[in-house]
Design a protein around this ligand. Structure first.
Ligand code: DX5
Ligand code: ZN
Length: 221
């Protein structure tokens, strides 16, 4: 199985979302960043917009919730039509209960960790999860520089997933580009979020293809 490329619509033109989604029809999924201006200092979109995106998107939705009180709000995003819902470790009281609730709602469940949050507490919970997202920038904004120090976290997570024989994808979000993707894939990530690298390119489909080629060449499944 090859790597997945999930463009982030945070870098798209929010006034023309339908046509912006059509430009990334060759992607694996579309990454939808939900921000509440509390968990992160930025505000994007919520349930009504996610519902409409799900109706018109040519690819499944990978929803990244950067919101407080995920236990209360995340399940509604499963109902809204997401294929995968990622909540933050720092914003949940009960990650296992929430992951089970999401899976019962028919979506893939994922947990995200900010750069300063250790991933080790989730090593014994991999069976409850479909994906772990390692943030490689402080969440909140697109176009930030990749934090090199996160490669070790990705490596340790890959070792734990392999040791557990778990069917868990490793996603990386923040600063993914043609310059960084090979090293991240070598460290063991297999799902790549890319905002500015895709939507900042004049031809998003070409950017997706190039990222996929570079990722596949370096990922050793
Ligand atoms: C940042 C978001 C990212 C963002 C990545 O908090 O979670 O998904 O869109 O943007 P780039 O790829 O430009 O770093
Ligand atoms: Zn994101």
């Amino acid at each position: 199985m090859g790597v997945q490329i999930n463009p982030s619509i945070l870098s798209a033109d929010f006034v023309n979302l339908e046509s912006e989604l059509a430009r990334i029809a060759t992607a694996d999924q579309v990454h939808v960043d939900v921000m509440d201006n509390h968990f992160v200092p930025n505000l994007t979109l919520g349930l009504p917009v996610v519902r409409r995106i799900a109706q018109v998107s040519p690819v499944p939705l990978d929803v990244h919730l950067m919101i407080d009180d995920a236990d209360r709000w995340a399940p509604a995003y499963a109902e809204a039509g997401a294929a995968s819902v990622t909540f933050h470790a720092e914003a949940t009281q009960a990650p296992v209960r929430l992951a089970r609730e999401l899976r019962a709602g028919g979506v893939r469940a994922a947990v995200a960790v900010r750069p300063a949050t250790p991933v080790e507490p989730f090593f014994d919970l991999l069976g409850e999860l479909d994906m772990v997202l390692v943030m490689t920038v402080e969440p909140g904004f697109g176009g930030q520089a990749f934090i090199e120090g996160m490669l070790g976290k990705v490596r340790r997570l890959r070792s734990a997933v392999t040791a557990a024989g778990a069917d868990v994808r490793i996603q990386v979000d923040g600063g993914v580009s043609v310059s960084t993707i090979a090293a991240i894939a070598r460290a063991g990530a297999d799902v790549f979020v890319a905002g500015s690298a895709v939507y900042g390119h004049e031809d998003p489909a070409a950017a997706i293809a190039e990222l996929r080629t570079l990722g596949d060449a370096s990922y050793d499944a």
